[in-house]
Design a protein around this ligand. Sequence first.
Ligand SMILES: Cc1ncc(COP(=O)(O)O)c(C=O)c1O
Length: 374
Amino acid sequence: MKLFDVYPINDIVIEKALGSNVWDDKGTQYLDMYGGHAVISIGHTHPHYVKRLTEQLGKVGFYSNSVKIPLQVQLAEKLGQVSGKTDYQLFLCNSGAEANENALKLASFHNGKKKVIAFKKAFHGRTSLAVAVTDNPKIVAPVNETDNVVFLPWEDEAALEQAFQQYEVSSVIIEGIQGVGGINVASDSFLRKIRTLCDTHNAAFIADSVQCGYGRSGKFYSHDWAGINADIYTMAKGMGNGFPIGAISISPKFQASYGLLGTTFGGNHLACAAALAVLEVIEQDGLIANAEKIGNYLMEQLKSLPKIKEVRGRGLMIGIELPEELSHVRKNLLAKHKIFTGEAKPNVIRLLPSLALTQEHADQFLSALKEELA
Ligand SMILES: Cc1ncc(COP(=O)(O)O)c(C=O)c1O
């Protein structure tokens, strides 16, 4: 049997990882400024994380949602506390797409409406409704096409107002910082406008925090920068530091009922142990503040470099837009300097490192980039 060949991959085998470094099978050390696509939140193989997961595995790894799972209750309490949304309710699933799928569905169950507003360049996942609100026709199969989704230009308040006049809107879904779309930060005023219109028209505000959430921006949810509360926050990536887990944090205005949502694997013992370990480390090591501090440092330094077209982002979610003629830089960072970064087409280097990134790591990246720009 062969693998279904859908990923353009680097010819590298990673065998060991620690903090913000990984090593290949030949012993070469790399700096991980990509965090396995924003997944590694607390750093690779963090000792507390390894211990908690190993201990849990020795007790019970999985049982279904037909029994009490106290770890879920502990996780809900901890997440409520660390995210500052103590009165919200938690539904656990397994991935970002699933989180968005459940959020969109829950909004529609709640207000009985169908239309969803999404934005140009949005990425929300690959399952049926998540991909339908994703602005990339190449990954939308004919079976996923629907009239229920309206795409609006990014940051266009007039278009947003008009859409609310024209349609019976069930929900608005927005990344606080667009990731795949090229690191575009939603302005505070735009997020506030969405909040106001959702309130006026009984629509749900869904804050996709799968990539920009979990402390990455320097606040728990990047939407927090606007001083608003969304109705549903979706999360995944950083939540389990590599263990697959996703979730939605649901405002108290939504009423649960048996069977409304469900999953086999979501909220299993191991996943909860991983997510608890992550939150404990985020809290104990002050990683949200670190993301803001090191992120600010990186952004400041990057803005002083020549040839860069634009630097965008917040905290440790940074996009470096390069001119066309420097499209080789990202490849060289990996091949010559042994530094992993992400990309957004056509020419944006995406930094999504662990929230525990140190200033030394940041400097290592900056000096490699400087060399390439020169
Ligand atoms: C903003 C955003 N939402 C949703 C998803 C989908 O998450 P997953 O790949 O876990 O389904 C992603 C993945 O990149 C994402 O960046």
